[in-house]
Design a protein around this ligand. Sequence first.
Ligand code: KIV
Ligand code: ZN
Length: 527
Amino acid sequence: MEKEKIIIFDTTLRDGEQSPGASLNVMEKLEIAKELEQLKVDVIEAGFPVSSPTQFEAVKRIAGEVNVTIAGLARAKEIDIKAAYDAIANASKQRIHTFSSTSDYHIIGKFGHDRYGKTLQEKRKTVLQMSYDMVQYAKTFVDDVEFSAEDAGRTDLVYLAEVIEAAIEAGATTVNIPDTTGYTMPSEYGKKIAELKRRVKNIDQAIISVHCHNDLGLAVANSIAGVENGARQVECTINGIGERAGNASLEEVVMALNVRKDLFDYYTEIEAKKIYNVSRMVSSFTGVIIQPNKAIVGENAFAHESGIHQDGMLKYRETYEIMTPESVGVENTKIVLGRHSGRHGLKSRLEKLGYHLNEDELKKAYDLFTKLADKKKEVFDDDLRVLMGDEVYKTQEYYELDCFQVNCGNSAIPTATVKIKTKEKEFADSATGDGPIDALFNAIDRALGINPKVESYQLRSVTSGREALGEVLLRIRYQEHSFTGRGVSTDIIESSAKAYLQSINQLELYKAQEESLKELDSVSRAM
Ligand code: KIV
Ligand code: ZN
C-alpha cells in the first residue's frame, strides 16, 4: 500500500513563541524560518500579525524571504484577517489561519455579553455564523484557508461537527481540531477525529489537522492518534515549546513516524538530519532550555550511562538504540574554534550550524568571537549559538546597559553603580544590597525609578570550564504578567545586569503593545 504524506505545520514562531519566557526578535524569527525551510516543513505559521507591529513585520519579512507556505493567524474578525493577509501577501504560498472558540467553556468565557445571544444555544449559533462568515471573508484574499475550532478537545461533538461542516462549506481547505487545553486522552481524541470524519458530510473537501497541547504530557500521543484516525496535517513546534506545557514536539512526531514505519503507512518530508541544529537554534534564541532527558534532542537522549547498557552498545548498537544520533543530526565529534580561527573558519562553522550571515552580521560576529576567544581558549558550538542569539541579532533595545561597577567582599557592604542609556537619555544611580546582584538590581531600579519583583533567577554555564560563558535567565512580575530576560557574558554580574534590563525592556514593549491592541479593539468594535 502506498504511504500517505503527513503535512507538517510548524507553529514554533506563533504558538511556540507564546511559551512563557520565549520572545524572539524579527531577525531571530527569520533565521529560524530559514532553518525550518531547510528542514522541509510544509507550512510555517509565522505569527499573529494583528497582535503587534513587530509580529506583523516578522511575518512580512518571512513571507518575502522563505519559500514554503506561510500562514498568518487571525481571530474570526475582519480586522485580524485583513492584517494576516497584508502580512503574508508577498509569500509565494499563502495561508490565512482563522479560529473561533467552540467549547461551552470558551463560549461562556468569551461571548458572555448579551449581544452574542442570551442563551448558550443562541451564542453557539452566533459563533457558528461568525466562523462561516469569516472563512468566507478570508477566502476573498486567498484560496488556502485554515479554520480552527479552538478548544475542540472539550467541544460537544455534535456542535463541533456542525461548525466544521459550515467552515468547509464557506471554503476552508484545512480544518483544525485543537486540543487547546491538552485535556483529551489519545483514544478519546482519535475517536473524535474518526467521528468527525464520519459525521461531517463535506469532510472530504478539506484536510483534517491536529493541534495538541501537552498539559498532561500527551500531545505527541494525541497527534499520532489523530493521524491514525484520519488527520493528515500535524501542527507542532520545535522542542515542543508553546503555551503552558507546550505543543506536540515536531521532532518527536516526525521520529515516531520514521522509527515506526513498520507500523504506520504515513511519511513526512522532514530532513531529520537537520533536527538537532534547528532545535539548538530555537533554544538559544528563545532562551527556553531543553531538559536533558527530552526525547530526540535532549543532552542525554543518546547517552548510555550504566555499565550493562554501555557494554551492550559496544557489542551491538541495536541492543539499546532505536535510532542513531546521526539520524537526527547529532555529531559525534566536537568542533572547537579558538583565537587563531579566521573569519572564514567562523563563517563556515556558523553556516554548518544554520546561520545565514550577511557581511555586516559576519563582521559583528567575528568581532564578538575574537573578544570571546581572548577570554576563553576554546569556543564551542553552544558558545557560538549563544553569541548569535544574544549579540549578533540583538536589536536596539529601549534601555541599554552602558557601564556598571560592583564592590563586594565578605566584610564589605555590596554596592553597585550603573549607567543606563536610551537613544535620548542617560540614567545613573548607586545602591547597596544583600549581595552584588541584589545591589546591582537595586541600582538599576533606582536609576529607572521602577521596582519590579524578581520572580526567578537562574544562572548556568553554557559550556564547561572556568572561563565558560555564564547565562542568566530571570523573570520579573508586573501586575498579573511575567517578563523574562536573558543575558550572557563571561562575567556573571554583567550577564545579570543584561538579563534584568532585557526583562524590563520586555515589560516596556508589552505596555506599548497593550496600548496598540486597545486602540485596535476600539476600532474593531466600531466596525
Ligand atoms: O491551541 C489552540 O487552540 C490554538 C489555536 C489558535 C489553533 O493555538
Ligand atoms: Zn495552540
